[in-house]
Design a protein around this ligand. Structure first.
Ligand SMILES: Cc1ncc(COP(=O)(O)O)c(C=O)c1O
Length: 460
């Protein structure tokens, strides 16, 4: 299908055209334009606060001006004639976005792809049917659900709410950090599955992150899914909130039952939009959107395409994002390859300056990497990481999340006194420049020169 067909773009020179005509006209013009230049990239992100070194794409993503313009146009199309938009435009346009996603992630069929608000919603959809299976007696109380210790906090809470409350036994896979190899992860994962199957219990679901959030680690998700199949785990749900636009995705090759990724993190969509892939053979599962509306019972993708009156524009700009990423050399693949290379380079530069380790080897990170912070900063709790992050924002205008790693007695030859207890998670996206990371390096070096310690920061 032609991804461009559905892309409305704002364009002053086309003012004689209706919004609908602009959709087709401008998309064609973009297709023939030459590769994006540095000044054009600056313009696309000129709405970012220019004072801030934003090395945290991971938390909230970013959206270029041309995609925001496309979104505004969709919003206007709806407001102009809502009835016509609802009856004649919305369903088919969401379908086009789903078709683009289907190709990007190599799904079998468009019907395997639903569009939802975010990964949190996708998790609720998957976990809700697991909860029903417990409460309706298809799963036995005490059957297990396995998840990574570093699963995203909100998803862990969702597991509590939907699964533990219904009688599921939750097992966390204790992952090492810093981590050196996939084998370490595989070993711990196997241990957790063994625990889940002990006492004759069954493992009903494994929740596996593709890229953990904090600390960020690229998880060997294909290998873990294969092990789940071998070990008879009923369902595999991959929480890949950070994946699309960040790492290669082939849902057929991964082989999980469910796979979700946000498009507003690394795929340049405005907040908020995510896809949820459901493998055909999993369609026996009782999947429904948690917000029930007119389409209840018509299949998850159709249910999700109308969950009541609201703004659906973020779901409609996917073809416009394709136009945007295709202006870069190598399209989205080129972007993610360069982001990965740059973040590794920047991480190594920071680690060398501070004399600290990286949290993972380069091949175990995406476009985000964990960089150890000097022990002398005195990071000794999660509260400290928040205080330091706020201090970096207020004093240095640097935005970067920080992770707390409790000290062990002696680790890697380091004594307790110089053990690295804080790691910064740095991101790289197309708008970043080397100076963003130099500013971070200098800010930490200045804090050290000033004899800074987290204890000096007041609680907010
Ligand atoms: C691994 C993981 N899962 C789920 C989420 C939730 O994403 P959202 O808040 O967009 O629903 C995040 C957000 O950072 C995440 O990192």
């Amino acid at each position: 299908m032609d991804a461009d067909r559905n892309s409305p773009q704002e364009n002053g020179g086309d003012s004689h055209l209706s919004d609908d005509e602009k959709c087709h006209h401008v998309a064609k013009k973009l297709k023939s334009s030459s590769p994006i230049t540095e000044p054009e990239i600056r313009t696309e992100f000129s709405h970012h606060d220019p004072r801030v070194a934003r090395i945290n794409n991971g938390s909230f993503g970013s959206c270029p001006a041309s995609v925001i313009a496309a979104q505004n146009l969709w919003q206007r199309l709806f407001l102009q004639q809502p009835d016509d938009f609802y009856f004649n435009r919305l369903k088919s346009s969401i379908f086009e976005s789903r078709a683009v996603i289907k190709d990007l992630v190599n799904a079998e069929d468009v019907s395997d792809i639903s569009i939802v608000d975010n990964a949190t919603t996708a998790a609720a959809i998957v976990l809700q049917q697991i909860g029903w299976a417990f409460s309706e007696g298809r799963f036995q109380k005490g059957d297990a659900v396995v998840m990574l210790h570093y699963a995203y906090g909100a998803v862990k809470k969702s597991i509590q709410a939907y699964v533990a409350r219904a009688g599921g036994f939750v097992i966390e896979v204790e992952l090492p950090f810093p981590v050196q190899s996939d084998e370490q992860i595989v070993l711990e994962f196997r241990k957790a599955l063994d625990k889940g199957k002990s006492n004759g219990r069954k493992v009903r679901l494994a929740v596996i992150d593709h890229i953990t959030s904090m600390p960020t680690v690229l998880i060997p998700v294909k290998e873990l899914t294969r092990i789940c199949r071998e070990e008879g785990v009923d369902q595999v749900f991959v929480d890949a909130a950070h994946a699309i636009g960040n790492v290669d995705i082939d849902v057929k090759e991964i082989g999980a039952d469910f796979y979700t990724s946000n498009l507003h993190k690394w795929f340049f969509c405005p907040p908020s939009v995510a896809f949820l892939y459901c493998k055909k053979s999993s369609s026996l599962a009782d999947l429904h959107h948690p917000v029930v509306s007119h389409e209840y019972g018509n299949g998850l993708a159709v249910e999700s395409a109308w969950i009541g009156t609201r703004d659906y524009s973020a779901q409609l700009v996917v073809p416009s994002v394709i136009d945007f990423v295709n202006r870069f050399e190598g399209g989205i693949e080129g972007i993610r390859k360069r982001n990965h290379e740059e973040v590794v380079k920047m991480g190594e530069m920071l680690a060398e300056s501070w004399g600290t380790p990286l949290g993972t080897p380069p091949e175990m990170c995406s476009s985000m990497i964990m960089v150890g912070l000097p022990a002398s900063l005195g990071i000794s709790s999660e509260k400290d990481t928040l205080k330091l992050r706020t201090h970096l924002r207020k004093k240095f205008e640097i935005e970067v999340p920080i992770y707390y790693q409790a000290p062990k007695d002696v680790e890697n030859g380091m004594s307790k006194n110089n053990y690295v207890t804080g790691y910064a998670r740095i991101s790289h996206q197309v708008y970043n420049v080397v100076d963003d990371y130099h500013r971070f390096r200098e800010a930490i070096n200045q804090l050290i020169r000033d004899g800074f310690n987290c204890e000096l920061l007041k609680d907010d």
